[in-house]
Design a protein around this ligand. Structure first.
Ligand SMILES: [Zn+2]
Length: 349
């Protein structure tokens, strides 16, 4: 089951040698345009938003970007993709191991991430404590023909709005189930089962509703009991774990349960104080900028962050950024000159 190559540079509309800053800017611009909250055509925007997020998840992270770049630049978007030899084994297998020793591929839909992403950067890779775990010791001591199914792990893209309010998502998992022909034994009499080729499993797509509770955090695992790979014989199926990856938001950065946003101020707003509107996940609110506000000062709005498990919520931290006009009119210049003559302020004294 080959996956389709994704050209993340193309998705973000940047050159392959774009700087970190250029990538961030490109992402923010697109995310603002396609954010499901603001876009006009919501369905179309949602798909695009997911693609942009996936691309930024990789290109916005220097280690992932390096790894992605190692694939080379000769791939065409949408082409059947097989990683170069040795590329995958360097980080452990993508496949869960079926009881027959044969790899059983699994495949997600509705998580917000493509198979390409899962295969290269997904949760099932890179030393996850769950990957490869054979719970209960694998083989059942009393019945050597039975084994518990393996746990599966994937990623799920969760928007900040979902983390705020909670949601239910429909996720499809294509996975190994006991072969209906041989009941999972892989045998038909003395011969290997013709339906599953002796593996004891066949692929089946199942859709489940995933409850995303309000207050989920980055990296949190949502457990879906019994939705992993099928067991063999009397073995019970494994569980499915979906690892939360919070979608990047054009206005906010997430730090634990706190949200951080930047507020641009004019010099006179910083000096004199002002009332300005700042975004929250529940729409804009007005805040008071106190007189004498400094650049990079943090203003804290308690309880305006993401909800916390067990009650309460994080804060919204407004980080000020004082912008200076690049061009001024003649009359403005006179006023600044007048101020310069009048003021005793000296930041270097
Ligand atoms: Zn069979």
């Amino acid at each position: 089951m080959p996956v389709k190559y994704k050209d993340y540079y193309e998705t973000l509309g940047v050159a392959r040698d774009a700087s970190e800053d250029d990538i961030k800017k490109a992402f923010r611009k697109l995310a603002r345009q396609y954010h499901p909250d603001v876009a006009k055509n919501k369905k179309q925007a949602e798909e695009k938003f997911k693609e942009i997020n996936e691309a930024y998840e990789v290109l916005g992270d220097s280690a992932k970007r390096k790894r992605y770049d190692e694939l080379g630049s000769n791939w065409n978007s949408g082409a059947d993709f097989r990683p170069p030899p040795g590329w995958e084994s360097a980080r452990g297998g993508f496949r869960g191991r079926g009881p027959g020793g044969e790899g059983q591929e699994f495949h997600f839909e509705g998580t917000g991430f493509s198979d390409f992403f899962e295969r290269l950067f997904g949760a099932a890779r890179g030393g996850s404590p769950w990957t490869g775990a054979t719970r209960g010791g694998g083989l059942d001591q009393e019945d050597l023909g039975s084994a518990q199914g393996q746990d599966l792990e994937g990623d799920i893209l969760v928007t900040l709005e979902e983390a705020m309010r909670g949601s239910v998502r429909s996720v499809s998992v294509k996975r190994g189930v006991p072969c209906p022909q041989c009941g999972g034994t892989g045998r038909q009499g003395a011969r290997a089962c013709t339906t599953c080729g002796g593996a004891g499993q066949v692929a089946k797509t199942e859709t489940c509703q995933v409850k995303i509770p309000a207050g989920v955090t980055q990296g949190q695992r949502l457990r879906l009991a019994g939705r992993g790979e099928a067991g063999v014989g009397r073995g019970t199926p494994g569980d499915l774990y979906l690892r939360v990856r919070l979608a990047k938001h054009p206005d906010f950065e997430v730090q634990d349960h706190n949200l951080i946003c930047e507020a641009n101020l004019t010099p006179w707003e910083a000096v004199l104080g002002a009332n300005i509107a700042v975004p929250t996940l529940n729409g804009p609110v007005n805040i008071r900028i106190p007189p004498g506000t400094q650049n990079r000062q943090k203003l804290r709005l308690r309880g305006r962050g993401l909800p916390q498990h067990g009650g309460g919520a994080g804060d919204l931290i407004v980080l000020t950024r004082i912008e200076v006009p690049r061009r001024i009119s003649d009359s403005e210049r006179k006023l600044w000159e007048q101020l310069a003559g009048e003021s005793r302020f000296n930041p270097r004294s």
